[in-house]
Design a protein around this ligand. Structure first.
Ligand code: PHB
Length: 397
């Protein structure tokens, strides 16, 4: 539906209400609140290296809601969309397009940790309900946690918190770490460092390049010269596909095993081709999780979108599930904030990744899987960490 038809409807509706008021039959506030559509805004990357991630998240949200009748707490939905381009300097302005201009009830976003900081500021100042379907930036569910901000994905150090141990167990005691230098990469490193050094490994070099740069050549030459036992990394989206291909093309694939935070191999297996075969990663999802829930989700997603789902689709789907639970608890009246937050913080999400619950600081407590790329699949080969919670350090909720 277009913006102008909505506005027209709103005007007609407004006139009808004024008529009611004039005749002395004022509707109670909660009926008014429930009479219109729930306004849901997506602030996601639809262009740039994370474009596919944004699309997968939106698809996941829509699928969860469509599977349950397409409404939230009995109310119809009006959707809004802003492309955040994974551009932190534009984040506050973009978030305000949804919050101030479009007056959304819920802002779903985003992918990039730097952009999330802008959304977070707007969410804290406006009080709008913000569901984070990807970005793992620590402060959002640590020192700056907020009652109206819930994350359905991970904190940046969660996936790598189990990676180092898996590498040492395979005999790789000296590693090089490489990443995009921004919050997501730096915080993924924190998890890796803790897990790798605790298990007895030594990080011999940290390498980095600015996001979303993909000129990996000089860094790969440096890795070849250092000759570590293994390489661990954080990359995602289009840049991850290129890193995997470049790593193999530089002749490193068969000499120095490549490991990663599992985003490395999500949604990129077609683009990366045979260069991805055998890569080991840790993440809170794996394509091959053999449960009825996951199989059903994968089938419905593939049928609906003619695409294979990945972790981003799952995170979007779980965002939809969380929103449904919250909206149902308040029968569509999202202005009942205390009740809404209570339902959401106590939610158990029956996710394709496995059931998970919200921590006190509003971040998933979840299993982390060890996966290996086999053909076009991230195959689960073990559970690297069970019911892993982020520290939530500094959060006073
Ligand atoms: C992030 O910026 O927080 C981020 C982006 C892409 C990922 C994971 C984390 O796959």
């Amino acid at each position: 539906m277009t913006e102008s038809t909505t506005r027209r409807q709103w005007l007609t509706h407004g006139a009808a209400l004024m008529g009611t008021a004039a005749s002395g039959l004022l509707l109670p506030q909660h009926v008014l609140a429930q009479s219109g559509k729930i306004r849901v805004g997506f602030m996601l990357p639809y262009t740039g290296t994370f474009a596919q991630l944004g699309v997968a998240i939106e698809n996941g949200v829509r699928l969860a809601i469509d599977e349950q009748g397409g409404k939230l707490g009995g109310r119809e939905i009006e959707w809004f969309k802003v492309d955040d381009e994974s551009e932190p300097p534009k984040a506050i302005e973009n978030a305000n397009k949804l919050v101030q201009r479009d007056k959304v009830d819920v802002l779903i976003g985003t992918v990039h940790s730097g952009v999330q900081l802008g959304i977070h500021r707007v969410a804290r100042e406006s009080g709008v309900l913000n569901l984070i379907p990807n970005a793992g930036v620590h402060v959002a569910t640590r020192a700056q946690c907020a009652p109206n901000v819930f994350r359905t994905s991970f904190s940046n150090s969660q996936p790598t918190m189990a990676l180092g141990e898996a590498m040492v167990k395979r005999g790789h005691k000296k590693a090089v770490w490489i990443t995009w230098k921004y919050a997501a990469g730096d915080e993924a490193f924190e998890g890796f460092k803790e897990s790798y050094t605790k298990a007895g490994g030594t990080i011999v070099k940290e390498l980095g390049l600015p996001f979303p740069n993909v000129e990996f050549q000089a860094l790969l030459t440096e890795i070849a010269a250092i000759r570590p036992d293994a390489v661990a990394c954080f990359f995602a989206g289009g840049g991850a596909a290129k890193f995997i291909r470049d790593y193999a093309a530089a002749g490193l694939k068969d000499k120095i095993p490549l490991y990663g935070s599992g985003f490395l191999t999500e949604g990129v297996l077609e683009a990366a081709g045979p260069a991805a075969e055998g890569v080991l990663t840790t993440l809170h999802y794996g394509d091959s999780i053999e449960t009825k829930r996951n199989n059903q989700f994968r089938l419905n997603y593939a049928k609906t979108f003619k695409l294979q789902p990945d972790v981003y689709a799952v995170q979007g789907y779980d965002t939809g599930l969380l929103l449904i639970q919250g909206a149902n608890a308040v029968r569509g009246d999202l202005s009942k904030k205390a009740e809404l937050y209570k339902a959401m913080e106590g939610a158990t999400i029956d996710s394709p990744r496995g059931k998970w619950t919200m921590s006190k600081s509003r971040n998933p407590i979840q299993d982390i899987y060890l996966r290996q790329v086999v053909g076009k699949e991230n195959k689960v080969i073990g559970v690297a960490a069970k019911a892993l919670a982020d520290s939530g350090a500094g959060c006073r909720l």
